[in-house]
Design a protein around this ligand. Sequence first.
Ligand SMILES: [Zn+2]
Length: 66
Amino acid sequence: MSEVISYPCPQCKTPTTWTDNPYKPFCSDRCKLIDLGAWASEDYKIPSDDTPFSDELSQAEQLSRY
Ligand SMILES: [Zn+2]
């Protein structure tokens, strides 16, 4: 099969091909870096205030303290 499948780059929506694309699923090194940067700086933040786990932990701490 020599069919080339193209799809919009998740970052900039430029039509991109999957085959022979070292930056897939992105169209270029730039888009890949932008996405990694956004992921590392924003989306990958660990929520520390309002997770059920941290709430349970703090409650357990208080219980063991009193
Ligand atoms: Zn792109």
